[in-house]
Design a binder for this molecule. Structure first.
Ligand code: CA
Length: 239
């Protein structure tokens, strides 16, 4: 079943572009073009997540978010802010948004955030006892990555799986490496592709996350066989 997204965005061309792209990824998208109608649709329910612009006619995104939370609406909210200032992020998160993304952003980044948001909200819902294979996934070694659920699983001797807890960044990094397996990526490319919107992390950040990811997915993290170091160049996924 595809997830339903409510996109509250007043700029028609951006709304259409995002909606087309999200629809192509299998989401069902409903657009609201101003604050009050977006808030009403979110209250009416039936959505898995809200993508909420900040600067909206009628009522701004911060106020919409605050009022939804105040009234107990617990739908996941991703704020799309045109301003990249720390104060906006802090305000948004304080008002109860689950995540924020500063414009302009890469669609890939948006998709990763939506996946993480949906995954988190599913994790908070009562757990389903059986983790079935998503049609959309990837296996290597004893690891299975479920792209539909944005989850990483390790299979045990008896065929049962245990979920490998990954941060959103670790998951995005792993997914990017898998989708570009066999290619060598230098650290700057990984920063651009995985961290994207945020220019503050250093190349050292990449090494730290690769290292933590290896601890989780490599049979022997000291001698990695999947995320391999290409000396002087960067990293490559072999799996
Ligand atoms: Ca706007």
């Amino acid at each position: 079943m595809s997830a339903r997204l409510l996109l509250v965005e007043d700029e028609p061309s951006l709304a259409r572009t995002l909606s087309d792209r999200l629809t192509a990824e299998g989401y069902e998208v409903v657009i609201a073009a101003d604050g009050p109608s977006g808030e009403q649709s979110a209250r009416d329910g039936g959505f898995d997540a809200v993508l909420l612009d900040v600067n909206l006619p009628g009522k701004n995104g911060f106020d919409v978010c605050r009022d939804l939370r105040r009234d107990g609406t617990d739908i996941p909210i991703l704020m799309l802010t045109a301003r990249n200032e720390l104060v906006d992020r802090v305000v948004g998160l304080k008002l109860g948004a689950d995540d924020y993304l500063a414009k302009p952003f890469e669609t890939l980044e948006l998709l990763a955030r939506i996946e993480a948001l949906l995954r988190r909200s599913k994790a908070e819902a009562p757990a389903s006892p059986t983790a079935t294979d998503g049609a959309h996934g990837y296996r290597f070694g004893d690891i299975r990555v479920d792209f539909d659920r944005a989850q990483v699983w390790r299979s045990g001797e008896d065929g049962a799986g245990t979920e490998v807890a990954c941060s959103a960044l670790e998951y995005r990094l792993l997914r990017f490496l898998i989708e570009h397996r066999g290619e060598v990526h230098d650290r700057d490319r990984l920063l651009d592709e995985v961290w994207g919107y945020d220019a503050t992390p250093t190349t050292r950040t990449v090494d730290v996350h690769v290292s933590s990811l290896r601890q989780k997915i490599e049979p022997n993290p000291g001698r990695p066989e999947f995320i391999v170091t290409v000396h002087g160049l960067g990293y490559r996924f072999d799996g």
